[in-house]
Design a protein around this ligand. Structure first.
Ligand SMILES: Cc1ncc(COP(=O)(O)O)c(C=O)c1O
Length: 393
């Protein structure tokens, strides 16, 4: 088995890299370590780069059919990892998960109709429905013993208020929670009761950390034909989000037909050659790389946890069950969201996502992307320690 190394520091500056090259715009300075937007600093796996190189050996990049190998690779991946049987007819290309959410909102809801989300959550869950003129209804999550939980009583009250669609973040970003099968079944049952379509954004699904298992919502689809739509991608998993390569799975025939028509009418279902090539290579060859990268990430998560406990007890890690994003509870620093963000930028010289940008419930938290080398992470944590020490000296 090939051993991969995740210790190489790769210079991403001046490569049109959003995370690095927009530091000035995002944080007002270039003098920060960027640990915000969710891509990793690791090299995209060699078998993906090689597959893209190989495709360019053919000199024509013409219009392409959707490769059978692409749907077969997704089919096998979902079957093996999630015991979920999806046929090629039940899946389709979307040029990004956020774009997929926007299309689904446009396809299945009307302007002014209500869309349910849970907060705090990935900012486009808030922005996309509102930008499309839909009314946002929020089911606040509860932060208890360092983890996010669902307030089901409130969820049902909100669901019953006339919501047409519920957008679920599974696993949860920014909390890194993997929802249990029981929690998922409860959400399905409430949504079914009120005729609500569930859009499950599972972009972080493959990134379940060692010892944790993700259940895809779609695998709970039964003969009751629940209104479930799943969005997935190899983009976060294999660090290639610049190659829009996402897909949807819809097993409810009525919803599938309607969405396929929507995508066809908008001429949006063609995909692109490199996304298909990369996704297929990722799912066919990616198991070892993924396991090793997740072991490295787990090491980073443990490092942050231990470092904080030993050196910065005022900040606590919400230990994630999935993905490479760590939610830091900074409430003991007793700063307003604006002061907290300024403190991280100007004192710790770190560019993180401010917790309040994830909506209600995010105030006093910061989201740190630890998809980087251990060396960088150590440097970042030392900078944070120096800044907090100064604060309390
Ligand atoms: C929950 C979630 N959904 C979607 C995305 C972005 O997906 P895409 O780049 O495919 O639109 C992210 C990126 O951080 C995310 O965390």
């Amino acid at each position: 088995m090939k051993q991969y190394s995740f210790d190489k520091n790769i210079d991403r500056n001046h490569s049109n890299c959003l995370k690095y090259d927009s530091a000035q715009v995002e944080f007002g300075t270039t003098d920060i370590m960027p640990m915000w937007i969710a891509d990793m600093d690791f090299a995209t796996p060699d078998f993906i780069l090689e597959a893209i190189r190989k495709r360019t050996e053919h000199e024509v990049l013409g219009y392409s059919l959707i490769p059978e190998g692409w749907s077969n690779a997704i089919h096998s991946w979902l079957q093996k990892r999630y015991l979920w049987n999806v046929s090629s007819k039940e899946m389709g290309f979307v040029p990004g998960i956020v774009a997929g959410i926007a299309f689904l909102i446009q396809c299945f809801t009307k302007p002014g109709e209500k869309v349910l989300i849970q907060s705090p959550v990935y900012p486009p869950f808030h922005n996309v429905p509102t930008k499309n003129g839909r009314e946002l209804v929020i089911n606040p999550l509860i932060y208890k013993n360092g983890q996010w939980e669902i307030d089901f009583e409130d969820f049902e009250v909100k669901a019953a208020s006339g919501c047409k669609m519920f957008i679920l973040c599974s696993p949860h970003n920014p909390g890194g929670r993997i929802w249990t099968k029981e929690e998922l079944l409860k959400m399905i049952s409430i949504c079914e009761k009120y005729g609500i379509i569930i859009v499950s954004d599972e972009i972080h699904a493959d990134l379940a950390l060692p010892g944790h298992t993700h259940t895809t919502l779609g695998s709970l689809y039964s003969e009751k034909q629940e209104k479930i739509i799943t969005l997935m991608a190899p983009s976060k998993t294999f660090n290639m989000p610049g190659l829009s390569s996402s897909f949807y799975v819809i097993q409810n025939q009525e919803l599938l037909t309607k969405f396929q028509r929507f995508m066809d009418n908008a001429e949006l279902s063609h995909g692109n050659i490199f996304a298909f090539t990369a996704a297929q290579a990722a799912y066919e060859n990616g198991e070892d790389w993924l396991r090793q990268s997740m072991e490295y990430i787990q090491g980073n998560i443990n490092f942050v946890d231990q470092f904080l406990k030993k050196n910065i007890p005022q900040i606590k890690e919400c230990v994630p069950q999935a993905s490479f994003l760590v939610w830091l509870d900074c409430r003991e620093l007793k700063m307003s969201p604006k002061d907290l963000q300024n403190f991280f930028i100007t004192k710790a010289k770190l560019g993180l996502n401010a917790g309040d940008s994830f909506g209600t419930g995010g105030e006093g938290f910061m989201r740190m992307n630890i998809g980087c080398t251990r060396e960088s992470l150590q440097k970042a944590m030392n900078q944070l320690k120096t800044a907090v020490d100064e604060l309390f000296s």
